[in-house]
Design a protein around this ligand. Structure first.
Ligand SMILES: Cc1cc2nc3c(=O)[nH]c(=O)nc-3n(C[C@H](O)[C@H](O)[C@H](O)COP(=O)(O)O)c2cc1C
Length: 341
């Protein structure tokens, strides 16, 4: 990295909330790998306020996850307020989702659809702030994509009703995940409010993390897709920007004799294997094996590695979560050993 990039002031790194990805063991792993903050995947306030058991599983936390930040969404103010009340004593901060573009969410006038109804959005946030003893943060997009973007105006109003922190994903609802995140518009939000703004969208390595920080002047950076299957990204960014002095956590488990002689591809296997084994340990220590989560991570932790496609076919035929966990471990170990021959 260039010298000027290393001079950047250190800011906290956030693991983005991601439905189907950021389960508790994965969030704990991301923290061990250098994420300063983690947020649960979004949870429906309609489901929580009706006490749907499956939704409460998503709101599991652990002493190692401090602060604990559950994210909630919904289109009905009273259900959001009730959920905020139910989370008192459990959450350290509650995050409101005003950014989800999924049709099943926006058709209930929740998520990013609320950006098209700014008065309702602000009223909902204000009611949540008034009902909560813990800080309320909000995650938004730039706008709906119909007409001019309104994120700056909404963020100023959210600051006015007592929201303490904002995160902006630099795309509109209409864009979904297409095109490029617009960091310049995030910079306008940073300039327009006095509460901290976290920048989000398309950060995948130290170089573009540094660019995003320079353009936006944000108080923190949030990483989503770049961390899927690669929670190590947080430590790697911090190492490259000279933001950490301690070695990465995997280095204490991988002998330096092996590491020092390893080629890049061998190191990829060693680190992914470490991360997978640690994920499995964290599952056992917390919520146990959840088949859906395990399957998703089995694919992402092996993605892009030689032989992964064929190995995955075999993995997917494993019936029990235990067998799947063991077969991913075996693939990562055996392929690594075959590279040494
Ligand atoms: C699989 C997936 C699930 C997501 N689920 C959520 C969610 O539950 N809550 C939320 O606020 N954003 C969600 N997002 C959006 C991310 O938090 C983030 O804003 C977006 O991916 C842009 O960041 P990135 O370019 O670093 O991925 C999700 C994104 C993905 C890819």
């Amino acid at each position: 990295m260039g010298g000027d990039v290393r001079m950047l002031t250190k800011v906290p790194l956030y693991l983005a909330p991601m439905s189907g990805v950021t389960d508790l063991p994965f969030r704990l792993l991301a923290r061990e790998c250098g994420a300063d903050f983690t947020i649960t995947e979004f949870t429906s306030s309609a489901a929580i306020s009706r006490d749907v058991a499956d939704s409460w599983v998503r709101l599991e936390s652990d002493d190692r996850e401090k602060p604990f930040i559950p994210q909630i969404f919904g289109g009905v103010k009273d259900e959001m307020v009730e959920t905020v009340q139910l989370l008192q004593g459990k959450a350290d901060i509650i995050d409101l989702n005003f950014g989800c573009p999924a049709t099943k969410v926006t058709r209930t006038c929740a998520g990013a659809a609320l950006m098209g109804m700014p008065d309702d959005l602000v009223e909902m946030a204000e009611a949540c702030v008034n009902a909560s003893e813990v800080p309320i943060s909000a995650k938004l997009r730039l706008g709906t994509g119909k007409g001019a973007n309104n994120v700056v105006e909404i963020c100023q109003r959210l600051e006015g009703v007592g929201v303490t922190q904002l995160c902006v994903h630099g795309r509109t609802l209409k864009q979904g995940y297409s095109g490029e995140a617009n960091w310049q518009e995030i910079a306008e939000v940073v300039r327009g409010v006095s509460i901290p703004v976290i920048a989000n969208g398309d950060i995948i390595n130290a170089k573009n993390a540094a660019q995003c920080l320079e353009i936006t002047g944000a108080a923190g950076l949030m990483i989503g897709r770049g961390a899927i299957g690669r929670p190590m990204i947080f430590n790697q960014i911090k190492q490259d920007l000279d933001w950490v002095e301690s070695p990465p956590p995997w280095q204490k488990d991988i002998s330096s004799n092996i590491w020092d002689c390893a080629e890049q591809i061998e190191r990829d296997f060693l680190v992914r294997s470490w991360a997978w084994d640690r994920y499995i340990e964290l599952c056992k220590e917390t919520v146990g094996f959840q088949a859906k989560w395990l399957m998703r991570h089995a694919v992402s932790f092996t993605k892009g590695l030689p032989g992964a496609r064929e190995a995955r076919k075999a993995m997917m035929s494993d019936r029990s979560p235990e067998a799947l966990a063991a077969s991913v471990h075996k693939y990562l170990q055996n392929e690594y050993k075959s590279l040494l021959k």
